[in-house]
Design a protein around this ligand. Sequence first.
Ligand code: ACO
Length: 431
Amino acid sequence: MTEETLTIRNNSTGKEADFSLLKGTIGTPVIDVSSLNKKMGLFTYDPGFMSTSSCKSAITYIDGEKGVLLYRGYPIDQLAEKCSFLEVAHLLMNGELASDSKQAEFEHEVGQHAMLHEAMRSFIDGFHYDAHPMAMMVGIVGSLSAFYHSELDMNDPEHRRISAMRMLAKMPVIAAACYRHSIGFPFVYPRSDLSYCENFLNMMFSLPSQKYIDKDNYIDPVAVKALNLLFILHADHEQNASTSTVRLASSTGANPYACIAAGIGALWGPAHGGANEAVLSMLEEIGTVDRIPMFIEKAKDKNDPFRLMGFGHRVYKNFDPRATIIRKACYEVLEGLAGSEKDPLFELALELEKYALNDEYFIEKKLYPNVDFYSGIIYKALNIPVDMFTVMFTIARTAGWVSHWLEMMAEPGQRIGRPRQIYTGHDIRNI
Ligand code: ACO
């Protein structure tokens, strides 16, 4: 088969050159412009990466028009229905769902790596009690490299694997420790007899005087199921801002803990993972259904920086398949969770959604609720405090970040990521 090419011609100079069209398994063809500068003395300009693929990856596929999301080829709804988060983590990191015995081994290893070095506790204690937990996460995850410097040979696949497993295992422990610090409660050690999600809930909520188990001696399965679902839906999303940050940092050869810490920093922004926290704040600010039209008008006003948080997505232009799954789960969690009642914020969110979906501005710009429009409602029902919402996202996305990092580091011929610019400053001048 002949290679498909695309000719680029500079109409001013008449210079032209052919560029290959690359094709993945599925998805839009991509022009390989890596030799553009060499062949034509030009760079491309694409702020916000509106039309740029930054890498090849076999992990996650999104079709934004059709609302398709696949992890290693499996549709997200099937994974959400049939798998545990750690099964999905294994799939993302290793390319395949594991056999029962391999999965047991994987989960045993996660359990083995969950403990934190005791010295980390004094590190955590150094933060002021009202530090934002995401600020603590960036610092603490970055500091992990100081504890594991004997296994940081990034040319050694086993060092890379262990580093990835450590981050997957320790992230919920660090997250819960940050929360406990903020409320002045004692740190709870991870337990290997509990599942990943049960363990996290136990580390968050158990007390020396009162275990986080109900009278029948179990952790509410509705809460565990909901957490498992949210973690799966947030586990990966191809080259989003935080994953691209992890990749860019990794391209310098920086250690994996520093790279993941960089990803956590990028996730924190309200246009990305911080949106779940921003949605709840927005719903609280709106307060009542009669104030919805006012906020819709604010969101449409170009002179007002307000945006409808939890609406819109760079890639999904019809619907976010994760939002469909999570919206349904909201009903189940709010009805099924022991002691939970109808949440007025969920009622308000449904009204806001109805209003926006019938508004010409949102229809024309293809702005639909994204995954984070609903995730905060579930986290709230699980008693997770609002400033921990993005931390929850961090736990889940760690599976994706380390998978991308492992994929990238195993690829031969890595180059440092180094974009160019259009310089708009002064031309050369003398003092
Ligand atoms: N409310 C009001 N208007 C919006 C919104 C919104 N939430 N989102 C986009 N628009 C408008 C923009 O003003 C712009 O209008 P214009 O064409 O007249 O200038 C148009 O829609 C396109 O928006 P962009 O910002 O160019 O789209 P982009 O793809 O760059 O941004 C993003 C996507 C960041 C998600 C954006 O929709 C947004 O800020 N949403 C709110 C924050 C949010 O929910 N983020 C979570 C994303 S999901 C995740 O990270 C897990």
